[in-house]
Design a protein around this ligand. Structure first.
Ligand code: 2RA
Length: 340
């Protein structure tokens, strides 16, 4: 016996990946339904070798469904997630709406699986921001060994983080640079993204940080340890899929680079590709479509007593969103609902 599963937002980048990953991981599904907004209703999406015709999210009755994976953005989540939760369907939400609610667990299964038992307060579980998810997978095993004091991270985030429109803008702009007659104005990003980088993701806050940078700080504290100091600079780069991050970590205790590498090699969800030679590291184009969080360039930071630098790359649509949501669903099934 398996689960009755709802995918809300099935036609977006993340919703489609949720369906792909549920099928790839043979999640025990008795029945699955793909929901979309009225304008996308009736469009077809793939679930393994099956084709699902999307139904209207607005009219859907969640009663009798075990869990709903939401990838509809904060506004629609605000309208429909409480309706699903009240009907007894556990919501696993990819938007930022509930991440900072003290009564709603924010979960990366490799890091804080025990938080799954807090779901029942509101019948909602929050999925972290993509740039946070891959980072905390790397931080957690090192924090357990040597207690992290401070993290300085610079991100190199792909345009798929901004949805299909972001990918289309990079594609169109790149083409128009070679074919000026085909010029299209920048609408998704504030400046040209083709052959350029933009140090601005989400809105600016009074502190001067962007909200994307604020998310990395607050979410790392909630998922790993509130005592960890984090400072982030989040940058959009002309890559279609795959976020990369340069992470500098300061520890309470000394941690040798070789021991750090050994710990990471043994840690869940991580693939270490780290050779000090041409190509001995991972780049975003190589991570797309993979489940792993890849770690390269592990080395001592000799400017401080207990410091390590590393490079972290992962598919932002997978570990950064859809895979993490499916892993939460697996955890919920294994630890709580216990069907399948
Ligand atoms: C981005 N992390 O990359 C944000 C939302 N996915 O645009």
């Amino acid at each position: 016996m398996g689960y009755r599963v709802v995918i809300a937002g099935a036609t977006g980048n993340v919703g489609r990946e949720m369906l792909n990953i549920l099928a790839e991981r043979h999640f025990p599904v008795d029945e699955i339904v793909a929901l979309a907004s009225r304008k996308s209703m009736g469009s077809e999406v793939s679930f393994g070798d099956k084709t699902l015709k999307t139904k209207d999210l607005d009219a859907f009755d969640f009663t009798g469904w075990d869990m709903a994976l939401f990838a509809v953005g904060s506004e629609a989540t605000k309208k429909y997630a409480p309706k699903a939760a009240k009907a007894g369907c556990v919501v696993i939400d990819n938007s930022s709406l509930y991440r900072y609610d003290a009564d709603i667990p924010l979960i990366v299964p490799e890091v804080n699986p025990q938080a799954i038992h807090d779901y029942s307060k509101k019948n909602i579980i929050a999925n972290p921001n993509c740039s946070t998810a891959q980072m905390v997978v790397a931080l957690k095993p090192l924090h357990d060994r040597a207690t992290i004091k401070r993290v300085v991270v610079s991100t190199y985030q792909s345009v798929s983080g901004a949805g299909k429109d972001g990918m289309d803008e990079l594609w169109d702009q790149t083409k128009s640079i070679y074919n000026p007659t085909d010029d299209k104005p920048a609408t998704k990003f504030t400046k040209q993204i083709a052959f350029n980088v933009i140090p601005h993701i989400d809105v600016f806050m009074d502190s001067g940080d962007t909200k994307e940078e604020w998310k990395m700080v607050v979410e790392t504290k909630k998922i790993v340890d509130p005592k960890i100091k984090v400072t982030a600079t989040c940058v959009r780069v002309p890559v279609f899929v795959g976020h990369a991050e340069s992470i500098n970590i300061e520890f309470e205790d000394h941690l040798d680079e070789n021991e750090a590498r050994d710990i990471l090699r043994e840690s869940p969800g991580i693939m270490v590709i780290d050779k000090r030679e041409d190509g001995g590291y991972v780049t975003p184009v190589e991570c797309a479509g993979d489940f792993a969080t890849f770690i390269s360039r592990i080395r001592q930071d000799s400017t401080i007593d207990n410091g390590i630098n590393l490079w972290c790359v992962s598919d932002n649509l997978r570990k950064g969103a859809a895979l993490n949501a499916v892993q939460i669903a697996e955890l919920l099934g294994r630890e709580v609902l216990k069907k399948g």
